[in-house]
Design a protein around this ligand. Structure first.
Ligand SMILES: Nc1ncnc2c1ncn2[C@@H]1O[C@H](COP(=O)(O)OP(=O)(O)OP(=O)(O)O)[C@@H](O)[C@H]1O
Length: 246
């Protein structure tokens, strides 16, 4: 039986049971179960092609699974690897666009957008065009746009993968800061084990269409990184910490 994602307010609780998604003969998600508690940050690791983006698309309502026993996740916003800003709209209008269809007046939309831009340190760029922004700045606008509607669930699909290492660290600090203020439930897809450890409360590993491991990040354990690398089949021998996509 397939149950479409419920748009009801769940208070940030996410409950996924028995989700199956196939592309042709290929079973990408195989009766997958996943839970996120309100305000929890869950990072999802998994080798390339294991279905992480497919799960994000299912949770976002962009892809319909063949089967699901339960799929409860309230309102959703997504930020992808590419910021996907509208080049013909100013920065603040890009953020305000997420408020289309809400009861907010044009004035309220503008002020909510500028408030969020202030939080990502881009209030001074509110009237600029997206094409004048750096990659990191554009991704900060995408984060502001994702947060402006205060979604129950924020899906981040490798949002920092295209950024240089220093900008990525700045983005991690920003996400932590935003999270102390907004306290959303977040599912973060990443290839970067260190990013997962830096940002998540819980790290899950997707393999064979299912969640095969769930590691709490706290209390901190020196062995966690090696455990994750082993779960990804990379081996605990150190290395870059980031399994190369195959
Ligand atoms: N629209 C589609 N049509 C057919 N096959 C698809 C489609 N989207 C994804 N797939 C297949 O589903 C599998 C999972 O893809 P998905 O993008 O979810 O993996 P991923 O874990 O996010 O990979 P990566 O880490 O490389 O981004 C892959 O084998 C992919 O080829």
């Amino acid at each position: 039986m397939t149950v479409p994602p419920r748009p009801t307010h769940t208070g940030g609780h996410v409950r996924v049971r028995g989700v199956t998604k196939r592309y042709g003969e290929r079973v990408v998600l195989d009766r997958l179960d996943l839970d996120l508690a309100p305000g929890e940050v869950v990072a999802m690791l998994g080798r390339s092609g294991t279905g992480k983006s497919t799960l994000v698309r299912v949770l976002a309502g962009l892809v319909r699974p063949e089967a699901s026993e339960q799929l409860e996740r309230g309102s959703v916003a997504v930020a992808f690897q590419e910021p996907r800003l509208m080049p013909w709209l100013s920065v603040w209008r890009n953020v305000a666009l997420a408020l289309e269809g809400t009861a907010a007046t044009p004035g309220e939309r503008r002020s909510a957008a500028v408030d969020l831009l202030r939080e990502v340190d881009l209030a001074a760029r509110a009237d600029d065009w997206p094409l004048t922004l750096s990659g990191g700045q554009a991704q900060r606008v995408a984060l502001a746009r994702a947060l402006v509607r205060q979604p129950d669930l924020l899906l981040l699909d490798e949002p920092f993968a295209g950024l240089d290492a220093l900008t990525r660290l700045t983005m991690h600090a920003l996400v932590r800061r935003l999270q102390t203020h907004h306290r959303r439930t977040i599912l973060l897809v990443t290839h970067d084990v260190d990013e997962a450890i830096a940002l998540a409360d819980t790290i899950v590993v997707l393999d064979g269409g299912r969640i095969v491991a769930a590691h709490p990040v706290r209390p901190a354990r020196p062995t966690l990184r090696d455990e994750l690398l082993a779960a990804l089949g990379v081996g605990p021998a150190g290395g870059s910490g980031t399994p190369s996509p195959t």
